[in-house]
Write a protein that binds this ligand. Structure first.
Ligand SMILES: [Zn+2]
Length: 216
């Protein structure tokens, strides 16, 4: 018996939230959006999520008003996915689940990511307050920085526990070099980065390199 796709019969607010964020990959997509990932190919490369699944999740988040799909500044045509005010409200949930994972399913060597206050570089705890100045820090004033658990393997789509469903095949895609171990998002996150600012520079206006398909 397959699981129904929704929480029919449930009336509590948690079930309504889960309708929006409860599907596999959705919270990881949102986490990356907070980190400043904006383009389809970047999500696909970093998460190694099947592209059809990614398209479905992004469309659902746009339909729910959590992400806005807009032309990328400077290009006028490529689409960027940006968190709305409604989406920004999910940060405490993303942060809390991340901290829960660190506490109860810790990575060897410690946290892979640290959250720092942009103003003073001090750690920001799970309660969202800066350990240095004591103020509550909104996500846009956070830096995500590599933690001690981010070893030589560098975080990527091959995160333990986030592998694709058995039997799924990750489309090599149009802008992912299958011969490269570290995708641009993972490489960018090897340095401290301010949340909600674009992680990668806008692409030049030239078309994205695509594998040739048959006739020219
Ligand atoms: Zn501070």
């Amino acid at each position: 018996m397959t699981l129904p796709r929704d929480y029919r019969g449930q009336t509590c607010a948690l079930s309504r939230a889960m309708e929006v964020v409860g599907e596999r990959w959705t919270l990881l997509i949102l986490r990356d959006a907070f980190y400043g990932v904006r383009r389809f190919g970047e999500f696909a490369a970093h998460l190694a999520v099947p592209r059809a699944v990614l398209a479905d999740r992004l469309a659902g988040l746009v339909a729910a008003g959590v992400l806005d799909r807009r032309p990328e500044p400077g290009t006028g045509r490529r689409e960027a996915y940006v968190l709305t005010e409604k989406g920004l409200g999910l940060w405490p949930a993303v942060r809390a689940l991340t901290d829960w994972g660190e506490q109860h399913a810790p990575a060897p060597g410690g946290p892979r990511r640290l959250f720092l206050h942009h103003a003073d570089g001090a750690r920001v705890g799970p309660d969202g307050h800066c350990s240095g100045c004591g103020t509550p820090v909104p996500p846009g004033d956070l830096l995500v920085a590599p933690g001690p658990g981010l070893g030589a393997d560098a975080e990527g789509g091959a995160d333990p526990g986030t592998e694709a469903d058995p039997g799924t095949v990750v489309d090599p895609g149009t802008d992912v070099d299958p011969g490269t171990d570290v995708d641009p998002v993972t490489a960018a996150l090897a340095r401290p980065h301010r949340l909600l600012t674009p992680l990668l520079a806008p692409l030049p206006a030239a078309p994205v390199r695509r594998p040739s398909k048959g006739t020219p």
